[in-house]
Write a protein that binds this ligand. Structure first.
Ligand SMILES: NC(=O)c1ccc[n+]([C@@H]2O[C@H](COP(=O)([O-])OP(=O)(O)OC[C@H]3O[C@@H](n4cnc5c(N)ncnc54)[C@H](OP(=O)(O)O)[C@@H]3O)[C@@H](O)[C@H]2O)c1
Length: 248
């Protein structure tokens, strides 16, 4: 899709990218010319097949693994990801977990696990990314968020609250890191892929609730990502890729 040299010479780390949305975005970054470091937790086979697919298409990819609820993994991931190709220019915080649950059923440890993956890891990775960014050229962070972060309801309680934190983090870091040459933006998605193990969350968002009556596609998300990454004046922005669902 698009210009195969748009991101040439730049290196991206994308978390949780062996499968699903992240896999598609890693492919799009590589197709735009970026070297891609694919982070995964458990999906080693899928990560290796993604690396092979990128390399077979003429791109460059490397792998880095770790559980982002582990403090040591968070603290060291950027340094490890910068080993194969040198300093990182692009950080995509994509890793996620998603499950229903109301406040009365949510344990403190579940709350902390969601905050860990969706807020603490993006915070620590953003800090370390900024410390190592190459001087004198555009650096950018894109957080994968959910339209629910701007309109939190009672459903998917721990997930949504952690994504609300991520929304605030995006806005705060855009101001804090801008002077350091780092832009921070987020993509707020509607239902793109149903959660694994069932289609509950997907079907929960009825097509009729989407103003366009159309679910966003993986290509829509990738196009929005490449637009943000490639546009040097976009900072502190939330781009909704949800057919207008957040307005209903
Ligand atoms: N899918 C949608 O329709 C949708 C809708 C709205 C927003 N979003 C957002 O878009 C992003 C991608 O969505 P998705 O559905 O593709 O995500 P996902 O399948 O729920 O998760 C992506 C990956 O995150 C990794 N991960 C989970 N817990 C981790 C941990 N503790 N440490 C490290 N990695 C961990 C897993 O890697 P391994 O498999 O390697 O373990 C998983 O494959 C997410 O941020 C999500 O919130 C998606």
């Amino acid at each position: 899709m698009g210009d195969a040299t748009k991101l040439s010479g730049r290196t991206a780390l994308i978390t949780g990218a062996a499968r699903r949305v992240g896999r598609h975005l890693a492919g799009a970054l590589a197709a735009a010319g970026a070297r891609v470091v694919v982070h995964y937790r458990e999906s080693a086979d899928e990560a290796r097949s993604l690396q092979a697919a990128i390399e077979n298409a003429g791109g460059e990819a490397a792998l880095v693994a770790g559980d982002l609820t582990d403090d040591a993994v968070m603290e060291n991931l950027i340094a490890r990801a910068a080993e194969p190709f040198g300093p990182l220019d692009i950080l995509i915080n994509n890793a996620s977990q998603f499950a229903p649950g109301c406040v009365l059923e949510t344990t403190l440890s579940e709350w902390r696990r969601y905050q860990s993956v969706h807020a603490e890891a993006p915070f620590v990775l953003s800090r370390e990314f900024t410390r190592q960014r190459p001087e004198g050229r555009d650096a950018v962070i894109v957080n994968l968020n959910d339209w629910r972060a701007g309109r939190p309801g009672p459903d998917h309680f721990a997930y949504t609250m952690s994504k609300v934190t991520l929304h605030g983090l995006t806005r705060s870091l855009a101001q804090a890191l801008g002077p350091h040459g780092v832009r921070v933006n987020e993509l707020a998605l509607g239902a793109v892929l149903p959660p694994e193990g069932g289609e509950d969350g997907y079907l929960h968002t009825l097509r009729e609730e989407i103003p366009t009556r159309r679910f966003p596609t993986l290509d829509d998300v990738a196009a929005a990502l490449i637009f943000i990454v490639g546009t040097e004046s976009i900072n502190g922005e939330t781009v909704h890729v949800d057919g207008g669902r957040h307005q209903v």
